[in-house]
Design a protein around this ligand. Structure first.
Ligand code: ADP
Ligand code: AMP
Length: 213
């Protein structure tokens, strides 16, 4: 099963993608997590990506596409995957489609987690991320057991640089201009499924389960 998560930054794509990955036993692939891991390790790719990420801009397609295609070619992706944060532009989606059609394959579902901009702004300020294992929390809605500490790996939780209020507005603009057109792109292919992302995360997941079966 190959799934794409669509939605604004902060809509809950990562939260749901992890739950999908657990239940359906497919890897969760987040290009944002891959970039953040590269930043943490001080790689050349990380340094290049950071220039864009810190401003709330998209990392150029050439860089992003290569990383994603390398990742989905790995062995653990044979039975499918859930993509979180990729594609974010029409050209990215086209490259993915082409790569899949060359191996006689295709995406099964594009799940759009729908959340209005007003809710997004509140969520991003409350998001806390573990840069070590990629877990995310929300200080009000999904707090960790111990304040500031990751439940999964015990490391410190941080407010991501790009979740600061001055960057969130930019990220939403970028989303509307560059990423939202993907909703029409996948709708035209007949694989778009939209779920209400404003309800409790368990209820969002139930809606997704009823789509995936
Ligand atoms: P995305 O991957 O789309 O950027 P996340 O999954 O990281 O978004 O979620 C953004 C923030 O909102 C996080 O702090 C997360 O804990 C919180 N969150 C996710 N789903 C919900 C929900 N259904 N209700 C309230 N808060 C949520
Ligand atoms: P995310 O963790 O998905 O919110 O991504 C954080 C940031 O990483 C984005 O704001 C972009 O700067 C960059 N990024 C992640 N995925 C992509 C992508 N598919 N295309 C371009 N930039 C990306």
């Amino acid at each position: 099963m190959k799934i794409i998560m669509l939605g604004a930054p902060g809509a809950g794509k990562g939260t749901q993608a992890k739950m999908i990955a657990d239940k359906y036993n497919v890897p969760h692939i987040s290009t944002g997590d891959i970039f953040r891991a590269n930043i943490k390790n001080g790689t050349e790719l990380g340094m290049e990506a950071k220039k864009y990420m810190d401003q709330g801009l998209l990392v150029p397609d050439e860089l992003t596409v290569k990383i994603l295609l390398d990742r989905v070619a790995q062995d653990d992706c044979k039975n499918g995957y859930v993509l979180d944060g990729f594609p974010r532009t029409i050209p990215q989606a086209q490259v993915l489609d082409k790569a899949l059609s060359e191996i006689n394959d295709k995406i099964d579902y594009a799940i759009n987690v729908d959340v209005p901009d007003e809710n997004i702004i509140k969520r991003m300020g409350g998001r806390r991320a573990c840069l070590s294992c990629g877990a995310t929390y929300h200080i009000e809605h999904i707090p960790p057991k111990k304040e500031g500490i990751c439940d999964t790996c015990g490391k410190e939780l941080v407010l991501r640089d790009d979740d600061k209020p001055e960057t969130v507005g930019n990220r939403l603009d970028v989303y509307h201009k560059q990423t939202q057109p993907l909703i029409e792109f996948y709708s035209a292919k007949g694989i778009l499924k939209t779920v209400d992302g404003t309800v409790d995360m368990k209820d969002v997941f139930s809606a997704i389960e009823s789509i995936l079966g």
